[in-house]
Design a protein around this ligand. Structure first.
Ligand code: CP
Ligand code: NVA
Length: 300
């Protein structure tokens, strides 16, 4: 059974298939043609240990548009690993729904769900990775540099400026799968780990963005890191994406952010709302990317 826990679990060809399906489903929708109900009769249970806007709406709306159904479950009602063990939650849900999506603090809980559910498990963000976001990020890069054709992104470059976190890790992996260069600028203490050989690690944001096709930002303080907020904000004070930093990028370079953004902290208003910004099409692409992935994973 195929789960969607990490981009690592997929071959480059499988990643391209999901992206092409996402693109095709979006074209159909834009032409006013309803997508075929390939997930009719299928239900996705969605467990959230953390807040969400984009992920929740894109998965729920995506299931609906493909003819399926979604049930959203908050941590206050499920108590994953607290009210009930992770394995037992998986065993119960696995007998009632066709797939389980979860946003968790601890990536191991996703692996435990996958081990016991008997149905596909989908990562909606963990401390380790955010693969659903990475698909939408690449769809946005395709829109700019290689419409409909993920293979055409080979040789393009992305500079991530900030924390070596879940979003950075999935983006690094998907870039490597598609033959893109991925460089990340972080303070040494917050370097991207567990990604040896697939990306360039630097400390100077100006060095990272030199000549790249896309510059990427995420919050400096992820959900669950509130206690470290002051320390992290101090460490990242020179890592803001602003107009001065963008002087070094390629002429047609774009700016991405997974959102939510802390305007004036990791990115300025001028950049977020400026001509290079693709952050809102990128957010909308969550819907299409999730549909491409759900269709490939669950409709077979
Ligand atoms: N980018 C992202 O995953 O947004 P949410 O946290 O709102 O789902
Ligand atoms: N790195 C952020 C991403 C939010 C979508 C977090 O984990 O909070």
């Amino acid at each position: 059974m195929q789960h969607f826990l990490s981009i690592d679990d997929f071959t480059p060809a499988q990643v391209c298939t999901m992206l092409k399906r996402a693109h095709a489903l979006r074209e159909q929708r834009r032409n006013g043609v309803p997508n075929e109900p390939v997930l009719a009769g299928k239900t996705l249970a969605m467990l959230f240990e953390k807040p969400s806007l984009r992920t929740r709406v894109s998965f729920e709306q995506g299931m609906l548009e493909l003819g399926g159904n979604a049930i959203v479950l908050g941590q206050h009602e499920v108590g994953l690993g607290k009210r009930e063990s992770v394995a037992d939650v998986a065993r119960v849900l696995g007998g009632m729904v066709h797939a389980i999506a979860a946003r968790v603090f601890n990536h191991e809980h996703l692996e435990e769900l996958a081990a016991h559910a008997g149905v596909p498990v989908i990562n909606m963000l963990s401390d380790q990775s955010h693969p659903a976001q990475a698909l939408a990020d690449v769809l946005t890069l395709m829109d700019e540099f290689s419409p409909g054709n993920p293979e055409g992104l080979k040789g393009r470059s992305v500079a991530f400026v900030g924390d070596g976190n879940n979003v950075a890790r999935s983006l690094a992996v998907i870039c490597e799968k598609l033959g893109m260069r991925f460089v990340i600028a972080s303070p040494p203490e917050f370097e991207l780990t567990a990604a040896p050989g697939i990306c360039e690690l630097v400390t100077d944001p100006r060095e990272a963005v030199k000549g790249v096709d896309a510059v990427y930002a995420d919050t400096f303080v992820s959900m669950g890191e509130e206690a470290e907020k002051e320390k992290k904000l101090a460490a990242f004070k020179d890592y803001q994406i602003n107009d001065a930093l963008l002087e070094g990028v390629a002429e047609d370079a774009i700016v991405l952010h997974c959102l939510p953004a802390y305007r004036g902290v990791e990115i300025t208003d001028a950049v977020m709302d400026g001509p290079r910004s693709r952050v809102f099409p990128q957010a909308h692409n969550r819907l299409h990317a999730q549909k491409g992935m759900l269709a490939e994973l669950l409709a077979k």
